[in-house]
Every structure is written in C-alpha cells, then in structure tokens.
Design a protein around this ligand. Structure first.
Ligand code: GDP
Ligand code: MG
Length: 439
C-alpha cells in the first residue's frame, strides 16, 4: 500500500549505515531525502516542515546511547515522530451507548456504503454488537439503495430503506425508530456524497445529525486523495464535528499522504482502514504499524541481500526457478530452514519481512525452526517431494519418528500449505508484497 514512500525511505536508511554520531551535517542529507519522500507521497507541505523540524531537534538533542548505533537512533526518532503524526497508538473505543448511532459521511465514491457494511460486519464478528442495522440515507441515486441492500444481504446485516421517499431526514428518523423498536444495538446511517463539498450536501448531513444525534460521525476518505484529503476533512469537520476517520482503498497504489495529513490537520483520529473490496478487508487503524510499513522496516530487499550472502548462488538460482514454477516441496522448505538458521536468529530475520512486526518473535521461534526440521527429517523422500500424500496415518508415523505431538506435524503441514499458496502468488511480483502483507 505504501510501496513508493517505503522504497524511498529504506534507501535513505541504507545510505546512513556506518554513521559516527548524529550531527547537523551527517543527518542533513537524510533529512532532505525524507522531506522529498514525504512531499512526493503527497503529505501536506507544512506538516512535512514541522515533521522535519521536530526530527532534527530530537536528533541533535539526543544523548549518545550505548549499544545502539546512531543510524538506529535516527530510525527510531523518525519512527516515533511518524507515530505522533499518525496519532499514536491510543485506540479510541466506541462509546458504550446502546443502540450506538454512527453517521457515515464523505465524498462520492469514497467508500461510504462499502465501509458502512464492512464496519457493521466487523463489529458483529468481533461480538461487540449482535444486531446491527444499516439505514439507507442516500436517496439521490436509486442504485445506492440496491447497493447497500446487496452488501447487507451478503454479510447478513439488516437494512432499512424507503424507496418512495426523498426526505432523507425523515428516512433517517424512521430508520432510527425501526432500529430501536427491533432491538438493534448498532445503527449506521449511510449518506449521500458529492464530487465536491457543496452547501446542499452539508445541509443535508447537518440536518440528519441534528435529528438523530449520532454518537459517532465517521468521515470516509479515499486513501489516494493526497493533499486534497486534508481540506476535505477540514470542511466536513467544520460542518459536523467528526469523531473518526475511515481511510479506504489502502490496498491500492495510494501514496499515503492522506494517512499522514488528515489526523494532523483535523485532530480527528483515523479509526479504521479499508484494504480491499471484500467485506472482510477492514481493520482497526494502528498508527505504529502503519509507520513501520511506511518506513520500510519490513524491508524485503535487505532480507534478500542478507540471504544472498549465505545461500550460494546455485542454490539460490534453483530455488528461484522453483518459485517461478510455483513448485515448492519439503526439500526446498528444509533447505530454506537451514539457510535461515545459518543467517542468524529468527528474531532479527523476521524483522525484515513486511507485515510481521506484530508477530512478536522471541527465542521460541528458533526452537520452532528446529522442531520443523526434525519433523521434515522424519518424512520419507517421497513425502518430502509430494507433501500432498501425507495422510492421517503418515502424520502419526512422522510424529512418532520425531517424538513430537501430532499437533505439531499438523501445524507444520498447514503452514507449509499456506506458504505454498503464497509462493505461487509470488510468481506475480505485483501481488508479492501484498500477499506478504496479508492483504
Ligand atoms: P460511496 O459512494 O462513498 O458510497 O462509495 P462506495 O462504497 O460505493 O465505494 C466506491 C467504490 O470503491 C466501490 O467500487 C467499492 O467497491 C470501492 N471500495 C470501497 N472501499 C474500498 C477499499 O478499501 N478497497 C478497494 N479496493 N475498493 C474499495
Ligand atoms: Mg454510497
């Protein structure tokens, strides 16, 4: 999602290696580069300037720490400041009122209707709410009601719509009392959008807000909006005080500018993010995770570099061939496990893989590697080459052979299968990063 800015920033960090001590001179170039990277990611100009200023002050004011290189220190400062920019990790909980009323607002095509249903689905799956209701308040396009109804049907969410009325506020109120009468504990109002903010739209939303008294007002914004995002957020916030932002389409080639500007400009936290068209592609927005992604701490390239030092060329070539063909068996897996162990601890290695920062890998990961190796060693050559033949009785035999519980064998087989699927996807470089990110 943040590929372009991530690439740039990880290059900057690479150039910083071997720095003596942080000083005005040696960080100057890196700061200039970071400034450019942020600007080209469409982050608002004044936000970038403040950001750079803060980083600079932090760098020069730092006492030199033991056991940490100046380069690491620099990265940490950038990371911390980026977390601040994104809103820190204080997750804002939904108000505990029942029924909870959420008003969804935003420009046309930003993903309001989709996000309304995604959010209902998400909160229901999390068991936070048992009986959500979506109210169709976009009456300007007849297709809008159908769209909401279809998405609701797909996810088993109740929907309230009136096809003959154009009185949006009356519909919202009727939806509200329908929801209260039928014991809905969560009521979401999907409203209409415009291409641009106009008075008519603002009046409509203001009127709904005045009558239904929403507990939360979420601005749904397209993550690809760039600098424009900050203005849109400001205008909506002025009309109806927002309580949260939902950033959508972060699966696309968005340049992250929106994510970095909106919180700073409005002070309103980014609460959720949409990462795909599927109804499940919806997550809580975690600033530190996003900052890690933006900073390229999940740096596939340096992992590859490191791997190249260890695995000899020939092995690497053969492995690459297999990857390209989507053929990957337990022999390859074993080889990879052994190279990983040659390369150093799992902990340091895993840091290079994107999307794994939340995994919290400790020393037990190395034990896991050893276990996996033992399990593979107790497979026959045929089983290693054709994992699909490993049935129940073979699993039992393998478990006995390596002295591990059958659950461990099952787990390894399951992980292996997932890995195979992932490897197949890697044939397509475009989906490579995304699949690694679990998107
Ligand atoms: P609305 O006009 O604000 O109600 O926007 P819609 O909910 O109709 O969404 C507009 C388009 O964006 C639809 O085609 C959605 O499928 C798509 N969309 C919404 N959210 C996401 C997302 O997170 N990722 C992707 N790829 N597409 C999305
Ligand atoms: Mg809509």
């Amino acid at each position: 999602m943040f590929e372009s800015i991530t690439d740039k920033i990880s290059n900057i960090f690479r150039n910083l290696r071997g720095l003596g001590k942080l000083s005005e001179e040696n960080i100057g170039e890196a700061l200039r580069e970071i400034r450019l990277a942020l600007l080209s990611a469409d982050v608002n100009f004044s936000i970038v300037n403040n950001f750079i200023q803060r980083v600079k002050e932090q760098c020069l004011g730092q006492t030199v720490l033991q056991n940490i290189t100046p380069e690491q220190q620099f990265v940490k400062i950038i990371f911390d400041e980026m977390c601040v920019l994104l809103g820190n990790d204080k997750i804002t909980e939904l108000s505990s009122k029942k029924p909870l009323k959420i008003l969804m607002v935003g420009l046309h095509g930003s993903g309001k209707t989709t996000s309304t249903v995604k959010l209902a689905h998400f909160l229901k799956n999390k068991n936070q709410y048992a009986k959500p209701l979506a109210v169709a308040c976009d009456v300007h396009r007849p297709a809008a009601i159908n769209q909401l109804e279809i998405l609701c049907q797909q996810t088993n969410i109740d929907c309230y719509a009136e096809r003959d009325s154009k009185n949006v506020t009356a519909i919202a109120l009727a939806g509200l009392s329908h929801g209260e009468k039928n014991n809905h504990d969560l009521i979401l109002f999907d409203t209409a959008g415009r291409l641009q903010i106009d008075e008519y739209l603002i009046d409509e939303i203001k009127d709904i807000a005045l009558k239904v008294h929403p507990d939360e007002v979420f601005l749904v914004a397209d993550g690809a909006l760039g600098q424009e995002a900050a203005n849109v957020a400001k205008d909506f916030h002025r009309a109806v005080p927002l309580t949260g932002i939902i950033l959508t389409k972060l699966d696309g080639d968005s340049r992250a500018g929106a994510a970095l500007s909106m919180k700073e400009v409005t002070g309103v936290p980014i609460r959720y993010m949409g990462t795909g068209e599927r109804m499940e592609a919806f997550e809580i927005f975690h600033p530190s995770r996003i900052a890690q992604r933006i900073l390229g701490m999940g740096d596939v390239l340096s992992l590859v570099e490191k791997a190249q030092e260890q695995v000899n060329e020939k092995e690497a070539k053969e492995f690459e061939k297999k990857l390209k063909k989507g053929k990957f068996d337990f022999n390859d897996f074993l080889q990879q496990l052994q190279s990983i162990q040659k390369m150093g601890s799992m902990e340091s290695l895993i840091k290079h893989l994107p999307g794994t920062h939340h995994l919290n890998i400790g020393p037990e990961a190395n034990d896991k590697l050893k276990q996996s190796e033992a399990i593979i060693h107790s497979m026959t050559a045929k089983e290693r080459a054709k994992p699909e033949i490993i049935d129940g009785s073979r699993r039992l035999r393998i478990a006995k052979g390596c002295g591990l519980p059958i659950q461990s064998v099952n787990e390894l087989l399951k992980n292996f299968k997932q890995m195979q699927t992932m490897m197949k996807k890697m044939k397509n470089p475009q989906s490579n990063l995304k699949s690694l990110l679990g998107m």
